[in-house]
Design a protein around this ligand. Structure first.
Ligand code: PLP
Length: 424
């Protein structure tokens, strides 16, 4: 690389990942093939529009790439339509609002502080500014409060309900959620960004058949490049023609919302990398991977509970754990910093009914997708729980944290990043 400054920074970040435990639940380590596609000439090509209907010449190759990605997505999730062009999860959600509701309409989503995402109607986000957003919460037990949701849907009559989360450790009951949406004839949107890899692996129920529209980022448990997909059923007509907001017209509504509604040219290198990740996710080994993510998270939950950590909902059904640190007399930010010094990366997070402010919350969020990609299993989760416990206890002792980091590095050497050889 000619740019030595950036080259060094890329090396430094790779080393940081190689020698540390990445436990941010929305992160993962992609395959060498995904990385190769991201660094390919496909990034040079403009192709506004959709395969066969482009505003640019020379699209015959990228048409094939996008069709492959769409076909693989449809097959893997069992839907009849897939849009693979969203630049990332947030613009994908923006496109869904643009497709299905008008500014000022009432929309309903889970509050950020209780596990939802900003784009699900947070007051400072476009979704809470352009639309009349009403927000639901979890109950005191940390579980989704389906009763509150049903009451809110009946009272507020939202036109659209977003379901999905960034920090929710339990299963979504899609049937119940569709019944709630039907109370007010709302569109049900499943944002499965965090759990799409688990769904593909059969480790979490699929929203297909219940949600009108499904959105997933491609870079979390699905283990692809940064990006997103919008999935639905219906009858694709001409994406350039305005149509009525009916379930049958969902493919057209979504495609039009992406372009010309919101985006310009698709990122073809990203689309190719998504196609690769979708093939990888269709292999039997990915089913084993997804199930192991959950086994690892459950083991970590058990081991932390044994060490007197308080888990929101008392455990996990998926890839993540939300830990309330109040009884440990440490706040999330302090824990995040101390764990970081020991080479264990996770993030501070609010817990339901958090008495502390969102910039300095009581909890910490951790997940197992990236560790599982490296091949770690239950035995390593026992060790990691022990390290987390020790780090929290000795959080002000930098020498101690350095020692743990040395041990973490030793473990990491046994579990190389995808495509790398085991260090001697
Ligand atoms: C549930 C959910 N939706 C949407 C997004 C947004 O994705 P992105 O960061 O790619 O914009 C995230 C990312 O954290 C998420 O967790």
């Amino acid at each position: 690389m000619q740019d030595k400054v950036i080259e060094e920074l890329i090396k430094a970040e790779t080393k940081r990942q190689r020698e540390g435990l990445e436990m941010i639940p929305s992160e993962n380590h992609t395959s060498p093939d995904v990385l190769k596609a991201l660094g390919s000439r496909l990034t040079d090509k403009y192709s506004e529009g959709y395969p066969g209907k482009r505003y640019y010449g020379g699209c015959e190759v990228v048409d094939k790439v996008e069709n492959l990605a769409r076909d693989r997505a449809k097959k893997l999730f069992g839907v009849s339509h897939a849009n693979v062009q969203p630049y990332s999860g947030s613009p994908a959600n923006q496109a869904i609002y643009f497709a299905l509701v008008d500014p000022g309409d009432t929309v309903m989503g889970m509050h950020l502080y209780y596990g939802g995402h900003m784009t699900h109607g947070l007051k400072v986000n476009f979704s809470g500014t352009l639309y009349n957003s009403v927000q639901y919460h979890t109950g005191k037990d940390g579980y989704l409060d389906y009763e509150e949701m049903a009451d809110m849907a009946t009272r507020e009559k939202p036109k659209l309900i977003f379901v999905g989360a960034t920090a929710y450790p339990r299963i979504f009951d899609w049937k119940k959620l569709r019944e709630i949406a039907d109370l007010c004839n709302a569109w049900l949107i499943a944002d499965v960004s965090h759990i799409s890899g688990l769904i593909v692996a059969g480790a979490h129920p699929s929203p297909v058949g219940y949600a009108h529209v499904i959105m997933t980022t491609t870079h979390k448990t699905l283990r692809g490049p940064r990006g997103a997909m919008i999935l639905c059923d219906g009858n694709p007509s001409n994406p350039l023609k305005a149509v009525e907001r009916t379930p049958e017209n969902l493919p057209t509504l979504i495609d039009r919302a992406i372009i010309p509604g919101l985006q310009g040219g698709p990122h073809n290198h990203q689309t190719a990398a998504i196609a690769i990740a979708l093939r990888e996710a269709s292999l039997p080994s990915f089913k084993t991977y997804g199930k192991q993510i959950v086994k690892n998270a459950k083991k970590l939950a058990d081991e932390l509970t044994k060490r007197d950590f308080e888990l929101v909902t008392g455990g996990t059904d998926n890839h993540l754990l939300l830990v309330d640190l109040t009884n440990k007399k440490v706040i999330g930010a302090e824990a995040e910093v101390a764990l970081g010094k020991a080479g264990i990366t996770m993030n501070k997070n609010t817990v339901p009914f958090d008495p502390r402010p969102p910039f300095s919350p009581s909890g910490i969020r951790m997940g197992t997708p990236a560790l599982t990609t490296r091949g770690m299993k239950e035995a390593q989760m026992v060790q990691i729980a022990e390290w987390i416990d020790q780090v929290i206890e000795h959080r002000n002792d930098d020498k101690f944290l350095e020692k743990i980091h040395r041990d973490v590095k030793k473990l990491c050497k046994q579990y190389p990043l995808p495509g790398e050889a085991k260090a001697k």
